[in-house]
Design a protein around this ligand. Structure first.
Ligand code: HEC
Ligand code: HEC
Ligand code: HEC
Ligand code: HEC
Ligand code: HEC
Length: 438
């Protein structure tokens, strides 16, 4: 009797262990774990493009010289080298392959191909070496091919997606302007919770659609310019082209990129539409006139800091008030949005302040777009031990190397004359080069 129980128990444990082992070793296809999620897979390996060679941005830049120079200065081109990205990517909890699917989105940019997930667990990808890995293309972040190059499924040949047509390019082209314009949504409009504290919350596309405007993301982020699509020596006609700097909130990834922000199309989304002082009360009115989505949008850490100071006749600051426009989240134990006072398109934000009785002669108002908080970069330095050696030194020097914020509106208001003088944007961006921190 005792023996039979033991045998049964033994069989039971054995069977249980094998089922457990089987399930745990089972390789589940990515599409099964993340059905119809574009970011769950990179764009398939792209064979060499006829007339071009490897579909790297550098090769495209051989003919599309100006577009290449603009794109080189964009946040897209910096999407892998970004100090903040490298620091967050290195966290042991980050599902690196998923992050890379949006930050280096073409399979040629990846050392390995992911064939599935062990037991469907996104932290256990099964990887094999990628024979088409191109290390030069890896460094290019959101490279040209992300939006422009695909493989023809019949001929297994790469082709370029264009929006215009004509004038005999040396490479195969298919015209599909709509597909090109809608591509932004794949990465900039995703809301998904991987687990309680790791969520993605980009609703820029949804915000744009809600305004019912006819604009696309490119209408503003790729301003039109009349020029040849290619270098002058190819003798092609002047046409309507689009700047490729993809300028957003005006906080670039390195200090030397400040000088290109305005040239490539930066303007603040919010406009200081009114500032008035009456009976010990000051009213600041800001309107989102320039961005057909919320300001701030995209990364939930971004916010605007509004600063009002009162200056006495001797030039001394004797009064200061601050407030913020943005979202506030707590990330642990579970991610949760706590507050949100961002400005939707066409709407205004009113800041009313009761003033104390002080001998103020001039008020100065400033709006600062913050991309990274000081205490977040402090934390990055503390945990830089995880960061690969190639990027670690940069993370340790993040305070000096990485713009955290930009001053984008400044005005001075003279109480006696009730006159307002705005500082030109060009001057603010010269000063931004020397600002540090949030
Ligand atoms: C669905 C596509 C997508 C995925 C997946 C994704 N990102 Fe991003 N990431 C973006 C976009 C779009 C932006 C730009 C948002 C902005 O500038 O406001 C961005 C910006 C960032 C930034 C810069 C934030 C800033 O304000 O400058 C960091 C850091 C970052 N991502 C880290 C990660 C990490 C780590 C992961 C993986 C856990 C990840 N991303 C996964 C699309 C993605
Ligand atoms: C050897 C020169 C050369 C190289 C290299 C090259 N192109 Fe072109 N491309 C051209 C020419 C010429 C045109 C047509 C120019 C015109 O229409 O005025 C063109 C047109 C285009 C167009 C516009 C198509 C349209 O009608 O809307 C796109 C988009 C494009 N190329 C993308 C790329 C990308 C992406 C790469 C790199 C993978 C690349 N090109 C590499 C020469 C080149
Ligand atoms: C494959 C994913 C992907 C696609 C497609 C994509 N982006 Fe991005 N975009 C990103 C990532 C990732 C970042 C941020 C990189 C970082 O901060 O390190 C970004 C940053 C930006 C920024 C910069 C924000 C700032 O303040 O610096 C703008 C603007 C932008 N994208 C516009 C566009 C537009 C317009 C399109 C479509 C034509 C587009 N993006 C398509 C992934 C993508
Ligand atoms: C994030 C997506 C994205 C990336 C990355 C990107 N482009 Fe474009 N590109 C577009 C869109 C969208 C258009 C079409 C805009 C339109 O027709 O309204 C375009 C248009 C073009 C055109 C046609 C001429 C023009 O200016 O309209 C050329 C040529 C071109 N891109 C080349 C490149 C090259 C070369 C790179 C890399 C150095 C690159 N693009 C990177 C989205 C992108
Ligand atoms: C009517 C013009 C307009 C359109 C259309 C538009 N944007 Fe913007 N966008 C702006 C302006 C202006 C800013 C700068 C906001 C600021 O920081 O004051 C901006 C900022 C951004 C930023 C940086 C985050 C921030 O809040 O500064 C990202 C990312 C972005 N836009 C992506 C997109 C995407 C994706 C689309 C399409 C779904 C889009 N934008 C459509 C004008 C526009």
């Amino acid at each position: 009797m005792k023996r039979t129980i033991f045998i049964f128990l033994f069989l039971f444990i054995g069977l249980g262990t094998s089922i457990y082992l089987y399930l745990n070793q089972r390789i589940v296809p990515i599409e099964q774990v993340f059905p119809s999620k574009i970011w769950a897979k990179p764009i398939e390996n792209l064979p060499n493009l006829k007339g071009v060679g490897a579909p790297t941005a550098k090769n495209c830049g051989g003919c599309h010289t100006e577009i290449y120079e603009e794109w080189k200065r964009s946040t897209h081109a910096n999407a892998l080298s970004d100090i903040q990205f490298q620091s967050e990517l290195a966290k042991p909890s980050s599902p690196k392959w998923i992050c890379l699917n949006c930050h280096i989105p073409v399979q040629n940019q990846r050392e390995t191909i992911i064939t599935g997930l062990q037991n469907g667990d996104y932290l256990r990808p099964v990887e094999i070496p990628n024979p088409n890995f191109n290390i030069e293309m890896q460094a290019e972040g959101v490279t040209c091919a992300t939006c422009h190059v695909r493989v023809d499924s019949n001929f297994k040949e790469s082709f370029v997606i264009g929006g215009t047509g004509g004038t005999t390019p040396p490479h195969p082209v298919k015209i599909d302007r709509k597909q090109l314009l809608n591509r932004c949504y794949d990465c900039h409009n995703e809301t998904y919770s991987l687990n309680e504290s790791l969520i993605c919350s980009f609703q820029t596309g949804t915000e744009l659609i809600a305004t019912k405007s006819n604009e696309s993301c490119s209408s503003c982020h790729q301003p039109e310019v009349r020029r040849s699509f290619v270098k002058p020596s190819l003798n092609k006609p002047i046409r309507t082209s689009h700047k490729h700097g993809f300028i957003g909130g005006g906080v670039p990834k390195t200090f030397d990129l400040y000088q290109d922000q305005i040239r490539l199309g930066y303007k603040p989304g919010i406009v200081l539409s009114d500032l008035k002082v009456e009976n010990n009360r000051i009213e600041v009115l800001l309107r989102n006139s320039n961005a057909s989505h919320h300001v701030t949008t995209g990364d939930p850490e971004r916010f605007y800091r509004l600063i009002l100071v009162g200056i006495d006749p001797l030039g001394k600051i004797i009064y200061k008030e601050e407030t913020t426009i943005g979202q506030e989240w707590v990330w642990s134990p579970a991610a949760k949005k706590v507050s949100d006072n961002r400005i939707p398109y066409g709407k205004s934000f009113e800041w009313k302040i009761e003033l104390p009785n002080l001998p103020i002669e001039t008020f100065q108002f400033q709006a600062v777009h913050v991309r990274l908080k000081n205490n977040t970069s402090d934390f990055m330095i503390q945990s830089s031990g995880y960061v690969p050696s190639k990027y670690k030194a940069n993370v340790d020097k993040i305070k000096d190397l990485y713009p955290h914020s930009s001053l984008v509106i400044e005005t001075k208001y003279q109480l006696k004359t009730k006159s307002r003088k705005d500082t030109p944007l060009e001057e603010l961006f010269k000063r931004n080069v020397n600002r540090k921190g949030e």
